[in-house]
Design a binder for this molecule. Structure first.
Ligand code: RAM
Length: 904
């Protein structure tokens, strides 16, 4: 087969991950991106072939003529558990040339019946519970903190296996080792799910770690979300799912002769308390290095024999078997949390005899790695974390509420010691280190943790402030995509709030490939739905935050799958969620038969933290209409015409009610707030004749405010897109560049490196907002990121398009000199770049193979626009589709285009 110079697949993924281990899905999606160096290239057909590792051909699609395809759902022979499958995709271009790429995926256990392991734990009566550190003024009513424990099992093999896989999870958090070497690089595994319903397990390839002779599988487990502190409810602050951590693991060894062995957790394991005196996600972690027992994770290490000389605290004993319920185990579908990058200390300042203040220059989620020497045995090093400094330059921790966020090291002696907590993370920019007599910048590093969703976007423009805003938005995403999308990483909260996720999702999807991450989280959203159809406010659901979903919060259960479908062109987002979407809309409808959503509104957060409150019924009813509409569209996509018709009709009725109840004949909306108009316009609630009046009033309100915004969490995500869609991108730019609060640039003027929870988290006049709710790392207000790509840089997809099949390029230069954005879409790279110089506008566009683009080129003289130096009318792959004053519109095939227009 001739390797083509034209269209070729790359970026092969299975269920949105690259070469995943542990696929439990019986029909995973095999997908690829497309690239080509030639303009106008398009795929004509694809062929996918899958073989099991023994060579058996399990699937061959044959040549499928489908120029739109960038993936195929597996429909071959039934996949076997714990098996590697190699697959190839061959893409044939319209020119007849073809190119092939190969990848693999490996199945997991696929069924609970495949497991043999039992849950094991260290005898909980041997766990000495300590009080959490006092910093943070804890009300420890229901539990204290307990040590992490170690569990181990020695085993012999006669010859090194040809393959070894560790299938492992915990009720709690685990870190597994084979012969002293860590298995994989997942952090905070198995991640947070509602453990009552689902517990994720992970799979690691440990073939290189198992050897002939004696081996040890050794695992440390800690409380984590299972039995540690989670959330903010003082009556239910911790131990939400259980009271002590437990482990379940199976090591599968496959030998050269085809036989296999399993080393599974069970009564033959031994356990001991670890030197980690406690480890908690909110409170922090304490390592007592005096209790370290080197070699505990190696063959022949402690634990093999009863050792009467070892103090009780470190004695190894038989584990307790706590059960064998494997029915809730599912392979994790998302990328794990990883230590993704490291930040050097920007400065280390001595602030006391043995006290230092470290600035990492960036607010983030993670922890520090500290190297110290010269400490006496028993000396303590205490590391406190904070997002900012108070007006006296001291670490500010009041906004952490009860989260102590304090790590402690107890030294064993003067030798150099490296300390990095394992089972906690904090949201911070600054660390205060008390204990060592010296500390320099080389001795401390910031370790950034987040769900390792591949970064897929970029944006820069000629305004450095806007670039800093973009960076802050990205850091908000990194800091809060930690196993689930959280509101904030620092205080005693860190919950998967639905509205925050919903408003930020479009930005998140442009920044990174979050398909697998949200696929995982949507299981929690569905799992948290009440029997009568109410989505929740947080997912995973948590006692204490268990009311019905509020308008805009619960609706995320509809909006999120819909948006993911549009970005990732994977219909399963709708198939898997459609029933839940219908149940949600039915629930709201059942309780509000008059179609004004005023009952069962949960804690009605309205337009949370908005400077101007929008009437609750207006906001709720707008969301009701929108959810009904999207449910209808979802029904249409997945081939449920009855659903499409029923919810489509309902949406129409709600829109009518909305207009009758809340809209005046000239397009004025009850409450007369920016958000009221934004919701009505964004969700298409108004009859066409009322739209101009509503837009006019919105524009007045924005102008009257400064121009400025008076929106909260919900309204803010709509303001720039709606203004832009109605011809007022100039105002969107004015809001973007505004520096007085409320604005995005105001926090940056006060040193922000992430997005704040509140527009006025800190002001020059008033100082800090109330500490009870003042996060400096909340991504919700960062939803403007979407418009940086779609508006400023002009990188978008057409309204009806799915998976960037129809790219829309419509830059909004404002008075900027340049901007550029790129996005690694499911189809391939989409990119725009424009500059404005000497009265000329240069626009470069990249369209992936198989896609087309509609390009709007701002031009004083639309007739004079050129592409790569020739008049557009003569350019290959370009067709003029419209000329308006100040703009030329054309359609392009795939490839790269360089337009030039006169623009003064
Ligand atoms: C706050 C959270 C979250 C928001 C809810 C309503 O506590 O920070 O961001 O969605 O309240």
């Amino acid at each position: 087969m001739a390797e083509s110079q034209s269209v070729a697949p790359y970026g092969l993924r299975c269920d949105h991950r690259v070469r995943p281990l542990g696929i439990d899905e019986p029909a995973p999606l095999l997908s690829w991106r497309l690239a080509s160096g030639r303009r106008g290239d398009a795929p004509a057909a694809y062929r996918v072939r899958v073989r099991a590792e023994d060579g058996e051909r399990v699937w061959d699609t044959g040549e499928v003529a489908d120029p739109g395809a960038v993936g195929a759902r597996y429909q071959g022979r039934r996949l076997r558990p714990r098996t590697r499958y190699r697959w190839t995709v061959t893409v044939t271009g319209a020119d007849g040339a073809s190119a092939e790429r190969e990848s693999w995926f490996e199945t997991g256990m696929m069924s609970p019946a495949e497991w043999t392991a039992s849950w094991i734990a260290h005898d909980p009566s041997d766990l000495d519970v300590v009080d959490a550190p006092e910093e943070g003024a804890l009300a420890l009513t229901d539990h204290g903190l307990q040590p992490a424990v170690r569990l181990r099992r020695a085993f012999e093999v006669t010859a090194a296996p040809v393959r070894a896989r560790l299938y492992v999870t915990a009720r709690g958090l685990y870190e597994a080792r084979v012969n002293g070497v860590r298995a994989g690089d997942a952090e905070l595994a198995p991640g947070w799910t509602d453990y009552r319903d689902r517990i994720d397990y992970q799979v690691y390839d440990v073939t290189d770690l198992v050897r002939a002779g004696g081996n040890v599988l050794a695992v440390t487990i800690a409380d984590g979300w299972w039995s540690g502190f989670v959330g903010f409810d003082p009556r239910r602050s911790g131990a939400h799912y259980g009271t002590f951590p437990q482990l379940l693991a199976e090591l599968h060894l496959v030998h050269a002769d085809g036989t296999s062995d399993i080393v599974a957790t069970g009564g033959d394991w031994r356990s001991a308390r670890s030197p980690i005196r406690y480890a908690d996600l909110l409170m922090g972690e304490c390592h007592d290095l005096r209790r370290e027992t080197p070699g505990w994770d190696l063959p022949g290490g402690p634990g093999e024999e009863e050792d009467a000389d070892v103090p009780a605290s470190g004695r190894w004993r038989p584990v307790r078997v706590t059960g064998s319920d494997r029915s809730r185990l599912t392979a994790s579908v998302a990328q794990p949390v990883r230590a993704v990058r490291e930040l050097a200390a920007r400065s280390v300042t001595r602030v006391g005899a043995e006290r230092f203040l470290v600035d990492f220059g960036q607010n983030f989620a993670g922890r520090v790695r500290l190297t110290v020497r010269g400490l006496a045995r028993g000396d303590r090093v205490v590391i406190r974390h904070g997002e900012t400094l108070d007006d006296d330059g001291a670490l500010y921790t009041a906004n952490l509420r009860t989260a102590a966020a304090t790590d402690v090291l107890i030294a064993a002696g003067p030798a150099e010691t490296v300390f990095e907590p394992r089972f906690t993370y904090h949201g911070f920019r600054y660390a205060e280190v008390t204990g060592p007599s010296t500390l320099d910048a080389g001795g401390i590093t910031g370790v950034v943790l987040h769900s390792d969703t591949p970064w897929a976007g970029g944006f820069t423009c000629s305004d450095p402030d806007v670039n800093r805003l973009y960076e802050a938005i990205g850091w908000g995403q990194r800091s809060n995509f930690v196993s689930v999308p959280t509101d904030c990483p620092q205080r005693d909260e860190r919950l998967g709030w639905l509205a925050d996720a919903q408003v930020f999702l479009p930005t998140a999807c442009l920044n990174a490939d979050v398909a697998a991450f949200f696929d995982g989280w949507l299981r929690e959203v569905r799992g948290a739905q009440s029997p009568d159809g109410a989505f929740s406010n947080v997912a995973p659901r948590l006692a204490g935050v268990a009311d019905d979903g509020a308008p805009g919060w619960g609706d995320a259960g509809v909006l999120v799958p819909w948006h993911l479908y549009r970005v990732y062109a994977d219909e399963r987002f709708l198939e898997r969620n459609l029933d839940a979407m219908c149940a949600w809309v039915d629930h709201v409808h059942r309780n509000n038969p008059d179609l004004v959503w005023s009952r069962r509104v949960g804690p009605h957060f309205a337009d949370w933290l908005a400077p101007a409150p929008t009437p609750r019924d207006v906001l709720a009813t707008a969301y009701f209409a929108h959810s009904a509409e999207l449910t209808s569209r979802a029904g249409e996509v997945v081939g449920e015409p009855e659903v499409a018709a029923r919810y489509g009709a309902l949406a129409g009725h709600i829109r009518k009610t909305f207009t009758e109840r809340f809209v005046t004949p000239d397009g004025g909306i009850e409450g007369d707030t920016q958000t009221a108009y934004l919701l009505a316009l964004a969700f298409d609630l108004l009859p066409p004749d009322l739209v101009p009046g509503a837009v006019r009033r919105l524009v007045e309100l924005v102008r009257e405010a400064g121009p400025g915004l008076t929106t909260g969490f919900l309204g803010v995500s709509l303001i720039a897109p709606v203004l832009d869609a109605h011809g007022h991108s100039d105002l969107a730019h004015a809001l973007l560049r505004r520096t007085e609060p409320p604005s995005w640039l105001h926090p940056l003027r006060h040193g922000a490196t992430t997005i704040w929870e509140r527009w006025d988290g800190y002001t020059g006049e008033r100082g800090f907002q109330a500490a009870a709710m003042n996060s400096f790392n909340h991504y919700a207000l960062g939803s403007i990121g979407e418009w940086l790509y779609r508006g400023v840089a002009g990188l978008d997809q057409a309204p009806g398009s799915v998976g960037y099949r129809e790219v829309l390029v419509r830059p909004r230069p404002g008075d900027l000199a340049s901007a550029e954005a790129s996005h690694e879409s499911v189809r391939g790279t989409v990119a725009t770049r424009w500059t404005r110089r000497d009265g000329m506008f240069h626009l470069q566009v990249t369209v992936p193979p198989g896609a087309t683009a509609t390009v709007h080129i701002p031009a004083d003289d639309p007739g004079g626009v050129t592409e790569s130096g020739v008049p557009v009318a003569e350019a290959a792959g370009v067709r003029i589709v419209g000329t308006e004053p100040g703009e030329l519109r054309c359609r392009t095939a795939s490839g790269e285009y360089r337009f030039t227009a006169e623009l003064h």
